[in-house]
Design a protein around this ligand. Sequence first.
Ligand code: IPE
Length: 271
Amino acid sequence: MEEKTITQVPKPIILKLGGSVISIKNKSFALNKRAIMRLAKEIERADVSSLIIVHGGGSFGHPVAKQYKIDEGYKDSSQIIGFSKTHQAMTILNKHVTDSLINRKIPAVEIQPSSIIITRSGRIHIMEERPLTRLLELGFIPILYGDAVPDSSNGFAILSGDQLVSQLAIRLNVDRIIMGVDVDGLYTADPKACPSARLLQHITLQQLKKLRKNIEKTNATDVTGGMLGKILELIPALEHRVNVRIVNALKPGNVYRALKGEVVGTFIEKG
Ligand code: IPE
């Protein structure tokens, strides 16, 4: 068969949909169906030319991963079924997100991180990104997620959607990253714990590094470290000069505006 040749492919945008946006975080296996449907509509309306979506685990992946201590690596055989259940939880959540996109005629195609990635001590070590880049070239919207993955030193690990976003941004040389979260952006301190916390609209990587000590863990059930984990994971992408926008994806219109290039929430750049 003749190979389809692709001429010009625009730099993709990566959109992360946090687990606390697409699920109800403190209720096991509870979907935020309204948010998922609204976000699909916003993505359809924005109609960007090249897009990769990565979503988090929320109340699907995190509680199961925690129950079986998947993030601590292989310790005993009782965890094996837990790895399967964690991955299964993520595929269930993914199916809802993917279905809502396809229902809007957005050509989303799921890519299972556990089938293309091996971590080493929790860090992405091997990643087969060619099917993903090929799908992008053909105009598909690859959709990935935080997942339980094989790990060459610890047996298995939890790969956060945030680490995945950062790595994809570097490897695919993306245009920008949009982090859809459940707060308005990055604050000087944890806004849920500290009422005097101030929203930062524009910061540089250097300022971010100074700030990271102030950003506290926000949720004890989050095996990947909540906001602190997210911010630390974005540093390699920022070093690579990929700009990051952190937006509140629970507020209607924000993801649409961010996809269109408007600055909402916090804008972070290498500076
Ligand atoms: C976690 O992914 C995936 C699993 C627990 C399997 P993330 O760490 O990216 O999820 P959220 O966005 O914080 O919920």
